[in-house]
Design a protein around this ligand. Structure first.
Ligand code: DX5
Ligand code: ZN
Length: 227
């Protein structure tokens, strides 16, 4: 069984008490914190920038003192300057949409040179044909199972087929690359996403929409542990 990771998306947290909500979801067992950056240009919505990431960084720590990785999902265009700023703000992983960067290989190099893990993100209707050309430089592939811009949308089923395709490419590469799926993931479909080959799951509204975050995360883990 792969090491599964659950990455709650702060997009659905209470922005009036963001730090508190992040700590609560960490105490509830979050493996990563998914940080959705929207610029009102690449996507029709606007969220938070590197200063907010920097302010949260020191609070993204478990009770035992271990650091919780901040998984920055850039929905911005252009990419490079903000990727650099998020690296300086303490991001651990930085993913971007290749269609938002003119020089994808260069952006990946920039993120890794800044000391972060680098990821590429594919929208539901985007082909993955660039992947073989950059697979030696990615640490994470993030597949969108909704159109980016908003939380609380329904899972688009074609993402499962794409997950299967990317799983094959990753396995053939022999590299240690995480395969993360983002959008519309709930307790009742997480198992299907895992069966398609994902090992990391973003969930926003499914977790923050409930009072008891631990109950949801535990229920997701029960689904993932099912044979
Ligand atoms: C959408 C974001 C997602 C979003 C997922 O643009 O990238 O991370 O927060 O939210 P849910 O889990 O509610 O679909
Ligand atoms: Zn996201």
């Amino acid at each position: 069984m792969p090491t599964y990771r659950i990455a709650p998306s702060l997009l659905s947290a209470d922005f009036a008490r963001l730090g508190e909500d992040m700590r609560a979801v960490i105490d509830a067992g979050a493996d990563w914190i998914h940080f959705d950056v929207m610029d009102n240009h690449y996507v029709p919505n606007l969220t938070f920038g590197p200063m907010v990431c920097q302010a949260l960084r020191k609070h993204a720590v478990r009770a035992d003192g271990s650091k919780v990785p901040i998984d920055v999902h850039l929905m911005v265009q252009p990419v490079d300057a903000l990727a650099q700023a998020f690296a300086e703000a303490g991001a651990d992983l930085i993913s971007f949409h290749p269609d938002a960067s003119i020089h994808v290989d260069r952006t990946l190099q920039l993120i890794r040179a800044a000391g972060c893990q680098a990821g590429v993100v594919f929208n539901p209707a985007m082909p993955i044909d660039i992947l073989p050309w950059v697979i030696d430089k990615v640490d994470l592939v993030l597949l969108m199972s909704v159109n980016p811009g908003f939380g609380g949308q329904s899972f688009i089923d074609s993402a499962l087929r794409k997950t299967e395709m990317v799983r094959k490419l990753i396995d053939a590469s022999g590299r240690d690359i995480r395969l993360e799926v983002d959008g519309g993931i709930k307790v009742d479909n997480i198992r299907r996403v895992a069966d398609a080959g994902a090992d990391t799951f973003v969930a926003g509204s499914a977790i923050f929409g409930q009072k008891d975050y631990r109950k949801v995360i535990d229920a997701m883990r029960v689904e993932l542990a099912r044979a």
